[in-house]
Design a protein around this ligand. Structure first.
Ligand SMILES: [Zn+2]
Ligand SMILES: [Zn+2]
Length: 225
């Protein structure tokens, strides 16, 4: 599958480092990019495809490659499968601290490029899926239980979606936003109730004791057996 990438990707070969540092995967087209995202995400699904495509469109619009550090920052407005696709393509990741989740329930994301003070917002156009599939192919894909066969059936949809111009899939706007703070490494202190090490800035002083948030509130999401 060649020639499915937007021009900026055709001109460059971007090297992505997989889990194993020595195992460099060279992404040369959209299909490879999608396969890589499936490896991370665990299954094949339309949401992941939208996220991968959104990542490509965002890098294209900003004219940059995958983010190694924190030069690129993103605010995502849902926590669906799409976010995993977006993370694998852009290098904006939850763990690196350059991804912020806002629970707005929208298939939208805003990307901020630090050194250029440039921001763009992408909102998914649901009608774009209708342009590449009348529903038949997608129904067939989703009813397939075997992951390998599912991936093979999904290939033509991925190819068509990869070929669509960015602005037919997303509403892309140049926006303005405040520069996000850089991720910081903070000191940890021991909670004086549960004894677990806790980031100092996340502790609460209650009756003269440094407590973690759940201990200070007296409620937690788990119960010790
Ligand atoms: Zn999924
Ligand atoms: Zn505690």
């Amino acid at each position: 599958m060649g020639g499915v990438l937007p021009p900026i990707f055709r001109l460059r070969i971007t090297v992505y480092f997989a889990e194993n540092f020595w195992e460099a995967i060279v992404m040369i087209d959209f299909w490879n990019l999608f396969e890589y995202a499936v490896k991370f995400h665990g299954h094949t699904c339309p949401g992941l495809l939208i996220g991968v495509r959104m990542g490509v469109a965002a890098l294209n619009a900003l004219g940059v490659d995958r983010s190694a550090d924190e030069e690129l920052y993103a605010v995502v407005e849902n926590d669906s499968c799409a976010v995993d696709g977006l993370q694998t393509v852009t290098g904006v990741t939850f763990g690196k601290g350059n991804l912020l989740f806002k629970d707005y329930g929208k298939m939208a994301a805003t990307f901020y490029l630090r050194n250029k003070n440039k921001a763009i917002r992408l909102v998914f156009k649901p009608e774009s899926f209708g342009k590449i599939d009348d529903g038949e192919d997608l129904r067939e894909v989703m009813s397939e239980k075997n992951q390998e066969k599912k991936m093979a059936k999904f290939a033509k949809i991925v190819k068509r979606f990869g070929d669509l111009p960015d602005d037919e899939i997303f509403d892309i706007k140049i926006v303005d936003m405040d520069e996000p703070a850089m991720a910081e490494i903070r000191q940890s202190v021991r909670c004086e109730k549960c004894g677990e090490m806790t980031m100092e800035t996340k502790t609460v002083v209650k009756e003269g004791k440094h407590l973690c948030i759940p201990c200070s509130a007296g409620v937690n999401y788990y119960r010790v057996k």
